[in-house]
Design a protein around this ligand. Structure first.
Ligand code: HMG
Ligand code: MG
Length: 285
């Protein structure tokens, strides 16, 4: 049987969070519903973060309330603290994600605390999720480079990934937040993390600032990873990572992994239509 690669769609959250002009809630709902019609198994819909920090995600509950839930699709959201977790549960998410950094500079800029403080803050979120029966995913940001601290030692990534797994995250998504990773630096990082955790518990989350994301996915496939985050049309950027461009494009990742003999379950014709719609959301701003 053909081996499967899971694509975790980031467009509605990581893709849109950095857009300066507010995108209308019905357009976000339309995007999520169009994506769920493409065969994508997992969609990060929004984030229940502070609206003062990320105004674009202030309508998280309204987006969740507006979407048509397609059976079998997992709808997830970022939750930085218990307050966000409670909002996410009330909105009916299927899964939550906690997000730490491998570098202190980005941790401070993104969530206003040290790495150690963030792990302390995530522990009760993971505990509450366990009690509520919700899976928790973990992110590690700046796995190759940090916009504030420079190159990230692979051992730091391994340590934070291990800590998130220890909190109960079923999967750790490794984020090249500013998209400066190369196949060489990604391989070195993965080798360190694979001492801590098996490939089946890891996902690659690559931004495509320098055009290396697909090569980074290729090297990650060679290291056994079978889950990749991607955003339709290559949307994206992070408000607290200066210079960060979009996530690797979903349609490009689907093509790459299928060329390499993996199945994705994605309907390419539908995805092409959604790509045009997603790009239009940006250019119309
Ligand atoms: P803070 O200012 O230190 O926290 O922010 P606070 O507890 O002092 O709260 C400040 C205000 O926000 C208060 O309101 C809180 O009630 C409110 P006030 O009393 O001033 O009226 N607040 C909230 N409101 C709604 N929902 C919440 C919430 N929490 C507090 N959950 C905090 C700390 C973590 C909240 C803030 O820094 C934050 O929200 N940061 C999120 C930043 C973010 O979303 N960044 C982008 C996502 S990460 C990313 O893109 C990387 C990733 O893609 C992987 C990769 O590429 O590497 C995942
Ligand atoms: Mg990201």
């Amino acid at each position: 049987m053909t081996e499967r690669v899971t694509l975790f769609e980031m467009g509605p959250r990581d893709g849109l969070q950095n857009e300066k002009a507010l995108i209308a809630t019905p357009d976000k709902v339309r995007l999520v519903d169009a994506l769920s019609g493409c065969g994508l198994p997992k969609i990060e819909v929004t984030s229940f973060v502070s609206p003062k920090w990320v105004p674009q995600m202030a309508d998280a509950a309204e987006v969740m309330a507006g979407i048509a839930r397609r059976p079998g699709v997992v709808y997830s959201a970022l939750t930085p603290n218990l307050h966000g977790f409670e909002r996410a549960v009330e909105a009916g998410v299927d899964e939550v994600a906690i997000f730490a950094s491998a570098s202190e500079g980005f941790s401070k800029a993104n969530i206003n605390c040290t790495i150690a403080e963030s792990l302390d803050r995530f522990a009760p979120v993971a505990e509450a999720a366990r009690a509520a029966g919700l899976p928790v995913r973990g992110y590690v940001s700046c796995v190759c480079d940090c916009p504030y601290d420079g190159p990230t030692p692979p051992a730091d990534v391994a340590r934070v990934a291990g800590a998130l797994a220890g909190l109960g995250c079923y999967e750790i998504s490794l984020g090249d937040t500013i998209g400066t990773g190369t196949p060489e630096t990604v391989a070195a990082m993965l080798e360190a993390v694979l001492h801590e955790l098996p490939a089946a518990r890891l996902a690659g989350h690559y931004h495509d600032t320098n055009g290396t994301a697909l090569a980074n996915i290729a090297v990650s496939l060679e290291h056994g990873l079978r889950t990749f985050d991607a955003a339709i049309g290559g949307l994206g950027g992070c408000p607290y990572a200066p210079g960060a461009k979009g996530n690797v494009a979903t349609e490009a990742v689907a093509r790459l992994v299928e060329e390499r003999g993996f199945a994705t379950g994605i309907n390419h014709d539908r995805l092409a239509e959604v790509t045009a719609f997603a790009r239009g959301l940006r250019s119309s701003q």
